[in-house]
Design a protein around this ligand. Structure first.
Ligand code: HAM
Length: 420
């Protein structure tokens, strides 16, 4: 069609009937997450840029290459949120967190990253995320992962694969970095351009590289877990033991590093075989987040699920969209007075919980019946001048092609009975 204005690449409209599946994902979040003591937090879509730069880490790809940053009219640098954790930390820090206190929040909504669009990679995408802040115990991490698995089950995902690793404490990093640099530096010439650079800048990210030329060298690297200090290893073991006790299956994945810098201790992802190259439906871990104006980082654990990818995973598992309850009744009015009376009847029925459409134009019976059938209504409620005079309404079952005339005062209960 000429003059069509498409949404920008990597963005899109979410409309009926697809929206029904989005509601399913959102309703499942509102059911499952509060069972674990999480309450919903809605943060602004945009924030001061420094919240993300400090919170996520200026060394990350998200901050360096992917943020939608702009100056407002007052000359402030603002950014569309690329993820939820940094904003949630800002909100929690503002609310104040007393010593020993824990805050548990969940959130959902759009996030923005200027990535190259591909299957499962969008510029505006949506996450359901959670953060538990203030308590640092392996049990909190395991419980958080258990909640993620409950959520995935609630939305019909059966074939997710939980991958687990640890990034250890910041104090372990020097030894890990040194061991990894010692391993990778002699092979730098054989590796891809990005990894050659990463040997000097961010050696952990090499573990994440998908380039064929790097795979053998990465596979031969010492596993991060073996390089961590005793307390980090013990923390990780306790997380695993708790997951075992909860009957949650996982795979320890020595190459799992995650792209955001704030992680310390447990990191995890859930991948799904029904997706292509972008196969992570969820990712998270334990973290220490720095914020402008805070002297100490905030400690917490959380994850975010990518909703678009979740829908793709559901589709690949053959999950059915939720059943559409549809339109219960269509009110037909023959003549101006009947149209007005029809509007009143439709409103009464809606108040009783029925989904009702009412004709607003004085058209022929045939045209109005066609409209009733087109919208999939179960019943047609018909009145003309004669029915108005007699105080009755004709109710027609559009599937059974039966009809009955009832007094207006009995219309609601007759509709209820006929829809049963
Ligand atoms: P993340 O791994 O960057 O983590 O994103 C989490 C999930 O969001 C991914 O597993 C993926 O499903 C989805 N996702 C990410 N980028 C895109 C994209 N461009 N298009 C479509 N889906 C995408 C975080 O965002 C962390 N804030 C998670 C977290 C919370 N860690 C601790 N607490």
């Amino acid at each position: 069609m000429a003059g069509k204005i498409e949404p920008l690449p990597g963005t899109g409209d979410i409309w009926y009937p697809e929206i029904r599946e989005w509601h399913l994902l959102e309703e499942a979040a509102r059911t499952v997450l509060p069972r674990y003591g999480y309450t919903e937090l809605r943060t602004p879509i945009f924030e001061r840029t420094e919240v993300f730069v400090r919170g996520i880490g200026d060394d990350t790809e998200v901050v360096q290459k992917e943020m939608y940053t702009f100056e407002d009219r007052g000359g402030r640098s603002l950014t569309l949120r690329p993820e939820g954790t940094a904003s949630v930390m800002r909100a929690i820090a503002n609310a104040g967190l007393n010593q020993g206190e824990e805050k548990r929040v969940f959130y959902m909504g759009p996030m923005f990253r200027g990535e190259r669009p591909a299957a499962g990679r969008r510029r505006q995408f949506h996450q359901v995320g959670v953060e538990a802040v203030g308590r640092c115990a392996p049990g909190v991490d395991a419980e958080c992962i258990a909640m993620l698995m409950d959520y995935l089950q609630a939305v019909g995902i059966r074939h997710g694969c939980l991958l687990l690793n640890s990034r250890g404490l910041p104090e372990d990093r020097v030894a890990v970095n040194e061991a990894m640099v010692n391993h990778f530096r002699p092979h730098a010439a054989e590796m891809c351009e990005d990894c050659r650079r990463r040997v000097a800048t961010n050696v952990w990210r090499i573990l994440d590289c998908k380039q064929e030329s790097c795979q053998a060298i990465i596979n031969a690297a010492p596993p991060v877990l073996s390089l961590l200090g005793e307390s980090s290893r013990s923390f990780f073991t306790q997380v695993c033991e708790m997951l075992d006790a909860l009957g949650i299956e996982y795979e320890i994945c020595p190459r799992l590093v995650r792209g955001l810098d704030y992680y310390a201790h447990t990191v995890f992802e859930v991948t799904h075989e029904g997706l292509g190259a972008q196969d992570a439906i969820a990712g998270g871990g334990r973290y220490l987040v720095n914020l402008p104006g805070l002297s100490a980082p905030l400690a917490g654990v959380g994850y975010a699920v990518g909703m678009e990818r979740l829908l793709m995973a559901r589709a690949s598992e053959g999950a059915q969209p939720p059943v559409d309850s549809g339109v219960d009744a269509y009110v037909i009015g023959l003549g101006d007075a009947a149209l007005v009376a029809g509007a009143v009847l439709a409103r009464d029925l809606r108040t009783e919980g029925f989904s009702v459409l009412a004709s607003q134009e004085s058209r022929s019976m045939k045209a109005q019946m066609r409209a009733a059938n087109r919208c999939g209504a179960r019943l047609a409620l018909i009145r003309g001048d004669q029915e108005l005079e007699q105080g009755v309404v004709m109710i027609k079952d559009l599937r059974a092609s039966e009809q009955t005339s009832v007094p207006l005062t009995e219309a609601v209960q007759t509709v209820r009975r006929m829809l049963m």
